[in-house]
Design a protein around this ligand. Structure first.
Ligand code: SF4
Ligand code: SF4
Ligand code: SF4
Length: 382
């Protein structure tokens, strides 16, 4: 299977939306896709029966579809789910995965780290309008459909919904899919009338070739809208980083993690943290009572658990070059610590340093696993 997608000529098709009902049009599209027999299953975001949240489901019965793929919620890492499904043995028949751009990037990183396989995986990438934190989403859904909020905002080209977005989404300058086989696009479209279905790879083309879709009359100009979005978000990202790093030192960092209860949930939900046995979950930092007392005596006191800052620094050290800035760690923190304030600047700066773009080019090796003789000469390495 060709990994680096999106470099060939793409074919644009149109999915018509009747009476502004986006979900109904997409539901019919996915139903036809499953009925075609070309996929063994589809992994996609779907309403739970209570409709309170949207979760990824692996679905093979077309009659069970109740999709809500553009609803602004990313409850778990889809990349992590695909790792679970494909790590031991890839599927012998294609599985379609409907996935947000940050999760495609995470998936590509997991493939590079031998934690997932793209064999027989058809990546159906979404243009992303952003997602709300789980608690915000489940509050809003009691009064109105979160999808309506995000679509109204998109249509009227304003950013009222920014008040609800996760901080990672506010500064996300890559909300469009790369390395997808098929793109489900909204940028450049009036989504309440038409949705773009773009064949990017040959494999993607074969999957949707028999579906009843209209051909796009003219080439749909997505570039301008995407470029404006990238420019706008990059400015926001730069000022976010400037703001969050202006007083950074070891003391502010220690204070930042003051509330941390060392639950490691940020690690458990992170798509990039894949180790089965984490050093920080082991007994390595446990010691005899007299050693604790000695530490206390040397400073007069010390905070317990004592290894939380070490945990964050160790975790960052291991995964920051592959961090896709999806913000799932922040969403998963029970103490409401704004982890993106530290992870986004650290990821941006270290990735810039290594000229590394996680999730972009599947053949670009993760710097942590590449040895270069001339590395660190500027700091005295010979
Ligand atoms: S981080 Fe970007 S791609 Fe991921 S959910 Fe937010 S806006 Fe979408
Ligand atoms: S550290 Fe946080 S932002 Fe980075 S990949 Fe992991 S969950 Fe996403
Ligand atoms: S999820 Fe929050 S409280 Fe738990 S270890 Fe991570 S930062 Fe600390």
């Amino acid at each position: 299977m060709e990994y680096l997608k999106g470099e060939n000529m793409t074919k644009q098709k149109i999915l018509k939306v009747k009476n502004g009902d986006i979900n109904s049009a997409l539901n019919d599209f996915f139903k036809e896709l499953l009925k075609s027999g070309k996929l063994s299953a589809l992994l996609l975001p779907q309403n739970v029966p209570s409709k309170k949240v949207v979760f990824p489901v692996l679905i093979s019965n077309p009659n069970k579809l109740d999709t809500n793929i553009f609803s602004p919620l990313l409850p778990v890492s889809t990349a992590k789910m695909i790792s679970k499904i494909t790590k031991f043995q890839p599927s012998d028949k294609p599985i379609g995965i409907v996935i947000h751009p940050c999760q495609i990037r995470a998936l590509i990183e997991l493939v590079k780290l031998n934690q997932a396989s793209l064999n027989n995986i058809i990546i159906i990438g979404l243009d992303c309008l952003g997602t709300f934190p789980l608690n915000v989403y489940s509050d809003i859904v009691k009064k109105q459909k979160p999808l309506d909020i995000i679509i109204d905002d998109f249509k009227s080209n304003n950013d009222k919904s920014e008040q609800y977005l996760r901080s990672a989404c506010i500064v996300c300058n890559q909300p469009f899919p790369i390395n997808a086989d098929i793109i489900i696009g909204v940028f450049g479209m009036d989504i309440t009338k038409e949705i773009l279905i773009e064949e990017v790879s040959d494999a993607g083309g074969k999957i949707i070739e028999d579906l009843k879709l209209d051909s796009a009359k003219d080439v749909i100009k997505r570039e301008k809208q995407i470029k404006d979005l990238i420019d706008n978000r990059t400015k926001k990202l730069e000022s976010f980083i400037k703001e969050k790093t202006k007083d950074s030192n070891i003391e502010t960092l220690t204070n930042f993690f003051d509330k941390c209860v060392n639950c490691h949930n940020c690690m458990n939900v992170c798509p990039i943290c894949y180790c089965k046995e984490c050093l920080f979950d082991s007994a390595v930092f446990d010691a005899e009572a007299y050693k604790y007392v000695k530490k206390s005596e040397s400073k007069g006191l010390f905070k317990i658990p004592n290894d939380s800052l070490l945990f964050h620094l160790g975790r960052m050290n291991h995964m920051i070059l592959s961090c896709v800035k999806c913000g799932l760690c922040e969403q998963g923190c029970p103490m409401g610590i704004d982890l993106m304030d530290v992870f986004i600047p650290t990821a941006e700066n270290s990735q810039k340093e290594f000229k590394y773009h996680p999730g972009k080019n599947p053949s670009e090796k993760v710097p942590m696993i590449v040895y270069r003789e001339d590395e660190y000469v500027e700091v005295g390495e010979k």
